[in-house]
Ligand binder design. Structure first.
Ligand code: FES
Length: 391
């Protein structure tokens, strides 16, 4: 998922009542569809997305947004898949704005038009983030699986800016584009971007399937960070307000991230078919998560097994249980622990204290080898999802 920030301006609003020791679902991620015209091989959607149930209706989403807002949700992100394929997106944005949300659209830009930008603006949309695959047209279009993607993204980035929105661009970086970081930043400067997220690929969903081809080497990563810092200094010296946000990948850390700010602490994701999750990656866990078609959000957030499963620290085994950093990182990412060790309750293997940390060390040393040419990228599309997703 893209990096998103809470807006203090949106943190006031409806009265809330909270259960003791449980935070408020301040951030609602509305994954309104898994449909997408692109095929990025690092998509964080579940590999079996094509097997999921029917999408929620407009009325279902309005109910979800209303319930979440009453519980304290202040920001909403419309995401996917590609949210623009939903014909009711302007209506959903308008309803969210009326409810008092700070509204974000997280899009590839494919399907966006000047007319839609104007419609969304009228509906009260606060923020648009457009993702690119590369600064190089050929690489961009190869990764996106569309020969027209790059030109459309450029046009829509300019249109978003022309409508008075701050321009927020997102680049997921990996072996195919990280060595072009200077060209990526130059493109963003030429487009007069206000914020640029340079997010090194995290290995969930489709990215995990393609890790061998995508994970950069330590040297590539260090070079990219150094160049980003040089650009930051140049931008500041020249008074350019463009902000570069560099997100390092877990695989080169020795301590895990405090994923989602803690399980069931701030984030609430609702997937296209109404399954409610504490994070966008949790669908793969062997946990039955509740569905908004069956329960209201108050029950889901406060009472459901899935949302309570990793709250607090009573669930932690060693080494997390006795670790003096457990309140800082909560044992890391539950989804990553599950993907890499088979048990979501284990310490995230990114942690140097984890008995499974060798998995990360091994991945790093594999990344130091040439990219395996015998293993083609697996693109995120319906056909692959039906073939590879668990039945
Ligand atoms: Fe699910 Fe980290 S992505 S807990």
């Amino acid at each position: 998922m893209s990096e998103l920030t809470l807006s203090p301006a949106a943190s006031t609003g409806s009265a809330t009542t909270a259960a003791p020791n449980v935070g408020l679902p301040l951030w609602l991620l509305a994954e309104v569809t898994y449909r997408c015209p692109l095929q990025c091989p690092y998509c964080s959607n579940p590999v079996d997305f094509a097997r999921q149930g029917n999408e929620l209706s407009t009325q279902d989403w309005i109910r979800v947004m209303t319930e979440a807002r009453a519980m304290g949700a202040a920001q909403i992100g419309f995401s996917g898949g590609e949210p623009l394929v939903r014909q009711d997106l302007a209506e959903l944005i308008g309803e969210a704005r009326k409810l008092g949300y700070y509204t974000n659209l997280i899009t590839s830009g494919i399907g966006l038009t000047e007319q839609k930008i104007a419609d969304f603006q009228r509906a009260g949309l606060d923020h648009i983030q457009i993702s690119f695959q590369s600064s190089d047209e050929q690489v961009n279009n190869m990764l996106a699986g569309s020969s027209k993607a790059f030109a459309q993204k450029l046009a829509m980035a300019r249109a978003v800016k022309a409508h008075g929105y701050p321009m927020v661009l997102n680049f997921v970086t990996h072996r195919y584009n990280i060595d072009d970081i200077d060209r990526i930043i130059e493109l963003c400067i030429a487009l007069e971007a206000d914020f640029v997220e340079l997010a090194t690929c995290q290995f969930y969903g489709w990215a995990k399937l393609n890790r061998a081809q995508l994970l950069p080497t330590r040297e590539q990563l260090e070079r990219a960070e150094r160049i980003t810092n040089e650009y930051r200094a140049k931008l500041e010296a020249s008074g350019n307000p463009c902000k570069l946000i560099f997100v390092t990948p877990d695989y080169y850390e020795e301590r895990p991230k405090a994923c989602m700010g803690g399980w069931g602490a701030i984030f609430l994701t609702v997937t296209p078919d109404g399954t409610a999750l504490p994070c966008h990656g949790a669908r793969q866990l062997p946990i039955q998560f509740p569905n908004v078609r069956d329960h209201d959000l108050r029950h889901i957030w406060y009472d459901s097994f899935g949302f309570n499963r990793f709250r607090g620290d009573a669930w932690m085994p060693e080494p997390c249980r006795s670790c003096d950093e457990k309140e800082k990182d909560f044992g890391g990412c539950r989804c990553q622990a599950f993907m890499l060790t088979g048990d979501a309750a284990n310490a995230d293997p990114v942690c140097g204290k984890s008995p499974e940390h060798r998995i990360i060390v091994q991945a790093r040393s594999e990344a130091a080898q040439p990219v395996p040419t015998t293993q083609p990228l697996i693109f995120r599309n319906d056909r692959n999802s039906r073939t590879l997703g668990n039945p």
